[in-house]
Design a binder for this molecule. Structure first.
Ligand code: ADE
Length: 251
């Protein structure tokens, strides 16, 4: 196919190839898929998906269960309260997806994983295919972790009822840093943490709200001065609230 003289069919294929090359695909495995639908149906994430920046596919391991009652959990070996997600439905679901494409990462959401941060998110944002597995009940059989999982992620030192909210947090954070997912006014590059600094305070109209004035510099029209003020405020806020971030960069 020549790039110089494309027929209608050629250009359609070219656009499709470009779409395939540029679109990130995230597959999420969950036994409670309803928990995941709403976060991707609104606002920035919905637009990113509609614009072809990313595809999100949700799968229920229960659909792969060989059990006649579609069971996905069982009692813990050795005794103990709570059920554990069994190997077979998850393994068959992952194997099925792996037979369709290669995954750059197979992530398990778990409170004992590596704590999520902007650096990890940025790394994921340049991958092509990511699979995220959400745990439930007391978690998943360790053998699934040993066989398939390439990275385990926690969204904080607290225990959620399942990995779904964590998977939604992770997916949101990834999508917003993919170029084109959000427009200039919402630029992800000025987000807190992108340069290990917290974002400066922001203001909008009116300039005087019940006697509380917007800092004068922001309405001065002097953009270099505004830039300098924002940088100073970022550093001040980071020193006050997250001095550990400054130590990381050696400031
Ligand atoms: N599943 C349960 N708690 C979690 C957490 N803190 N982070 C990620 N996944 C989880």
């Amino acid at each position: 196919m020549s790039l110089l003289s494309v027929t209608d069919n050629d250009s359609v294929s070219l656009i499709y190839l470009l779409y395939l090359a540029l679109t990130m695909r995230i597959d999420i495995l969950s036994v409670v898929p309803e928990l995941l639908r709403s976060p991707f149906s609104h606002s920035i994430l919905k637009r990113a998906i509609n614009n072809g920046i990313a595809e999100i596919h949700i799968h229920n391991p229960r659909d792969f269960s060989a059990d006649k009652h579609k069971k996905v959990d069982d009692y813990m070996y050795g005794g103990g309260a709570g059920l554990v997600m069994t190997c077979q439905p998850i393994a068959d679901c992952i194997e099925f997806l792996k037979s369709q494409r290669e995954y750059d990462e197979i992530i398990y959401m778990t409170p004992d994983g590596e704590q999520l941060n902007q650096g990890i998110v940025n790394g994921y944002s340049i991958k092509k295919n990511i699979l995220i597995l959400c745990g439930h009940y007391k978690g998943i059989d360790q053998r699934i972790r040993d066989i398939y999982i390439t990275h385990e992620i926690s969204i904080g030192d607290y225990v959620l009822s399942g990995g779904e909210l964590g998977a939604a947090v992770l997916t949101d954070a990834i999508l917003r840093v993919i170029p084109g997912a959000i427009n200039n006014e919402e630029s992800a590059l000025t987000d807190s943490f992108q340069d290990d600094l917290l974002a400066p305070p922001v203001y909008t109209r009116p300039s005087n709200f019940r006697g509380h004035e917007v800092p004068k510099v922001l309405i001065s029209g002097d953009f270099p001065k505004i830039e300098k003020w924002r940088e100073e405020q970022s550093i001040k806020r980071t020193k006050e609230r997250r001095p550990d971030l400054l130590k990381k960069t050696g400031d």
